[in-house]
Design a protein around this ligand. Structure first.
Ligand SMILES: CC(C)(COP(=O)(O)OP(=O)(O)OC[C@H]1O[C@@H](n2cnc3c(N)ncnc32)[C@H](O)[C@@H]1OP(=O)(O)O)[C@@H](O)C(=O)NCCC(=O)NCCS
Length: 119
């Protein structure tokens, strides 16, 4: 296994709330997969989980671009679901090659993610 790229990102939870308010479900559907929406909406504070996923997608995009890939990556092509222990697992629904590891943390106001692309 070799590391091909790394990325990190921080997202203010209120930014996600503003986008939801302005663009409604169109925003969610453009950025998140059905599975991600179902996961976040099952939580008491969906906005922090959406913010965590948004940060994760930006972190993953940075890791992928760092590897030399230079096409647009629609965020809905990156899916982050949790396994039965709660660990975030990434699926890249595009032609990007490699496995992407991601870690997410969030507090009330901010979410942070870090990603590693390996092959
Ligand atoms: C995993 C753990 C360290 C997370 O700490 P936390 O402060 O609650 O988490 P944060 O608020 O910083 O981050 C939440 C994110 O952590 C991630 N996460 C949750 N459980 C996780 C786990 N087991 N491993 C890795 N990441 C985990 C998720 O991505 C979550 O965000 P999401 O639900 O929006 O996807 C803590 O819940 C813990 O120690 N749990 C016990 C786990 C355990 O006993 N597992 C059994 C192992 S055999």
């Amino acid at each position: 296994m070799a590391i091909k790229g790394i990325g990190s990102d921080i997202v203010e939870v209120s930014r996600i709330q503003r986008m939801q308010k302005t663009y409604g479900s169109r925003f969610l559907q453009r950025v998140f997969t059905k599975g991600e929406i179902a996961y976040c909406e099952s939580k008491e504070h969906p906005e922090v989980h959406f913010a965590g996923r948004f940060a994760a997608k930006e972190a993953i995009a940075k890791a992928v671009y760092q590897s030399g890939y230079n096409e647009v990556i629609p965020f809905s092509d990156i899916e982050i679901l949790n396994d039965d222990q709660g660990r975030p697992m990434t699926s890249l629904l595009t032609k990007i090659r490699g496995n992407c590891l991601v870690t997410i943390t969030h507090e009330k106001s901010f979410a942070v993610a870090f990603a590693v692309l390996e092959n």
